[in-house]
Design a protein around this ligand. Structure first.
Ligand code: GTQ
Ligand code: FE2
Length: 345
């Protein structure tokens, strides 16, 4: 590594010698590595559904799901080099056309899906078909087999969220394809939410995995819970916000990814706050404005936007609004580095 414009130019010759022996003078780069607080990585940005949907459907006419393996428009943060919506997170919009199957595979990267459009279809996860209807939240944890099928008569489109940048950075990238396009089904449809989604769990001491045993959180139930919560007092920073919880321990759905559903009544303005997590939002219902850093973005139904780490943001709801979001908070909490800053409201 060449040190350009060294702080101590009279040491330049010494630095050259150090470089030949694969060493760097830490005193020249210290504040790149260790700083008093984080620098946001990537930009706040919005992807309009009305822009992306036609592009996706056009791709649907030009490449099959089979051929593409996954027909996904990846949402690339304009402020980052690598493909990713944030430093640690990947996001994309995926399309499966009627009759199509996205073939079964598994990988060490964990994924979540949030359904934008569907007339019938499912993601199969570990032997269980999880129905996909608008607003449904579905997980495919690390190393779980998954394939998607559209059994309806219209396009099926959802938001994918994966921990790809994080897992790849850590060096644990593995994947394999299934022998057949569709994995064997050995549970009834939506079995995991039927089993674990009611406040009960099997009392047999079965091993608890490092992820939620529920693979599908149906929107009607999630929305009903949120509206019940909305009977109580509103939080100035969050509005009415719920976390998709692992019913075994109340924790996050995946070891790396957290997911949330939030209700902001018409006219409500959240108080700006920030945290070390990077968060991706999907607008389920309503419209409004998000102010993140120096950026002001108007959002509408089915749009996606990202708020990078350590970027203060504030949301104003123009109408009653329901927002889905996911972030890397789960990973950060486990690593003991999560922090938030909430200025007095
Ligand atoms: O649906 O299995 O957006 O493996 C990226 C990687 C979706 C998927 C993505 C994937 C998938
Ligand atoms: Fe996958």
């Amino acid at each position: 590594m060449m040190i350009k414009n060294p702080i101590h130019p009279h040491l330049a010759d010494a630095y050259k010698e150090m470089g030949k022996h694969s060493t760097i003078p830490l005193w020249e780069i210290y504040h790149l590595l260790v700083s008093n607080e984080p620098k946001p990585m990537g930009d706040p940005n919005l992807w309009r559904y009305s822009d992306l949907r036609p592009l996706l459907l056009d791709a649907g006419n030009k490449i099959s799901a089979e051929e593409a393996e996954r027909r996904v428009l990846a949402l690339k943060n304009p402020g980052l080099e690598r493909p990713g919506i944030a430093q640690t997170l990947f996001a994309g919009l995926q399309l499966v056309m009627p009759g199509e199957i996205a073939p079964a595979h598994r990988h060490t990267q964990g994924a979540i899906r949030f359904v934008l459009e569907s007339t019938g279809g499912y993601t199969a996860v570990e032997g269980e078909r999880c129905t996909m209807q608008r607003g449904d939240f579905i997980t495919t944890p690390s190393w779980c087999w998954h394939d998607h099928e559209n059994t309806g008569d219209g396009p099926m489109i959802w938001l994918d969220g994966l921990d790809v940048p994080l897992v790849n950075f850590l060096g644990g990238k593995f994947a394999e394809e299934n022998e057949t396009d569709q994995q064997p089904i050995f549970r009834s449809d939506n079995a995991s939410v039927a089993t674990y989604g009611t406040g009960l769990r099997p009392f047999n001491g079965a091993e608890q995995k490092p992820y939620s045993p529920i693979f599908r959180y149906p929107y009607d139930r999630s929305r009903a819970a949120l509206m019940e919560m909305a009977q109580g007092t509103i939080d100035p920073y969050l509005g009415h916000k719920m976390i998709y919880a692992n019913p075994n321990d109340g924790g996050h759905v995946l070891p790396t990814i957290s997911a949330f559903l939030q209700y902001l009544p018409k006219g409500f303005e959240t108080t700006a706050w920030r945290s070390t997590e990077s968060t991706v939002f999907s607008v389920v219902e309503g419209s409004g404005i998000v102010r993140a850093g120096d950026t002001e973005i108007r959002f509408e139904e089915s749009d996606t936007f990202v708020v990078p780490n350590w970027t203060a943001y504030q949301i104003t709801a123009d109408t009653d609004a329901v927002l889905f979001s996911f972030s890397d908070r789960a990973a950060q909490e486990k690593l003991g580095i999560f922090r938030e800053e909430k200025p007095a409201a």
